[in-house]
Design a protein around this ligand. Structure first.
Ligand code: UD1
Length: 324
């Protein structure tokens, strides 16, 4: 297939591009490089340096005869979305409306969207399946849910078949070590731990040790980015073969605590990784885990590389290559 990957130079995007290339697809990456990196681009893929807020350029690209668009171009810092919602409204919502309209103009039938477990908000039960009520607790999650609603209408009115993939906590780096571009100023736990192991940060701050979890620290469902990449390929197979849209949760179905990750990182990196318990971060639930049965049933997808050691070893490999 001929696939346009918007945000294909980013952390998840570059892994998705690699997977599609490995499967023999023709890829064009469209990215404004605001957080994406040139070093994440592959010579086999065409690259267009463009912005989703420039509708003229975007619609010109969309008319180049693509079978599918994969959209991973969003801001994703939960805390920032609460203090600067305008930035998230414009880029995440307005930008996606541009992509949808350009897809209609370019007659692109299939759409794969990076959604998030943040659409659910505070869990009412665990593990979280697709029937769990959606009630985002942060503006970032709200933008993802709004986009899912747009997708539903464009399916009905314009025949765009979409796969909305609700990632839980994406982590790790390419299992074959082919992608090593690092995010700058990361706020997510595993990159923070890696930066501490490299000596870039003094210590890891553990946000709360008084949660109702076995060791008191927050529990999350970490899913390897190479597993997510495979899910994108399978989701596109599904929408194109069945002419049907889907919304699925993608997680490992395993809960891991902050403390467990810090301890495993000390073992795997052989570095001290100092950590200090500080107060809770606003808006963090105690525990989040996914039910990924639907992805298994519809896409024949299961997380293969999402065990803690693989998540940390592949991350450490990428960090060591950059900070040898
Ligand atoms: C959040 C979003 C998720 C989104 C992701 C993108 C929710 C419910 N989840 O995940 O959808 O895709 O951000 O960035 O909104 N922690 C520390 N110290 C740190 C950093 C994190 O203790 O320095 C803890 C957190 O309290 C949490 C866990 O580590 O328990 C994971 O945090 P993080 O990596 O930031 O991801 P989430 O907030 O779970």
């Amino acid at each position: 297939m001929n696939i346009l990957v918007i945000g294909g130079a980013g952390y998840i995007g570059s892994h998705v591009v690699r997977e599609f290339l490995d499967r023999g697809h023709r890829i064009t990456v469209f990215d404004n490089l605001s957080s994406g990196l040139r070093e994440n681009l592959f010579p086999e893929a065409e690259f267009i340096h463009g912005d989703i807020l420039d509708y003229t350029g975007l619609s010109r690209t969309a008319k180049e005869g693509f079978d599918a668009v994969v959209h991973l171009a969003a801001f994703k810092a939960v805390g920032e979305s609460m203090v600067n919602p305008e930035k998230y409204s414009v880029n995440n919502i307005k930008g996606t409306i541009n992509i949808l309209n350009a897809a209609v103009e370019g007659r692109i039938k299939n759409f794969v969207f990076s959604s998030s477990a943040a659409v659910f908000g505070r869990p009412e039960y665990l593990p979280i399946d697709e029937k769990h009520p959606t009630n985002p607790e942060n503006f970032y999650g709200f933008t993802k849910l709004e986009i899912e609603r747009f997708l539903g209408w464009y399916d009905k009115l314009r025949g765009i078949r979409f796969a909305s993939l609700r990632y839980f906590n994406a982590a790790g780096y390419d299992i074959k070590g082919r992608i090593t571009g690092l995010e700058s100023s990361p706020a997510n736990l595993i990159p923070v731990i890696m930066e501490t192991a490299c000596g870039i940060r003094k210590e890891v701050q553990i946000f709360g040790s008084d949660y109702d979890t076995p060791d008191g620290t927050g529990v999350r469902d970490y899913v390897h980015v190479s597993d997510l990449a495979v899910a994108h390929a399978k989701a596109l197979d599904y929408t194109s073969r069945n002419d049907k849209s889907i919304t699925v949760n993608l997680g490992s179905e395993t809960g891991i605590s902050v403390l467990e990750i810090v301890e495993a990182a000390r073992r795997i990196t052989g570095r001290p990784v100092p950590a200090k318990i500080v107060g809770r971060r606003a808006g963090d639930p105690a525990k989040l885990t996914a039910a990924s049965r639907l992805a298994h049933e519809l896409l024949n997808w299961t997380a293969e590389y999402s065990d803690l050691d693989t998540l940390l070893k592949t991350s450490w490999n990428a960090y060591q290559k950059n900070h040898a």
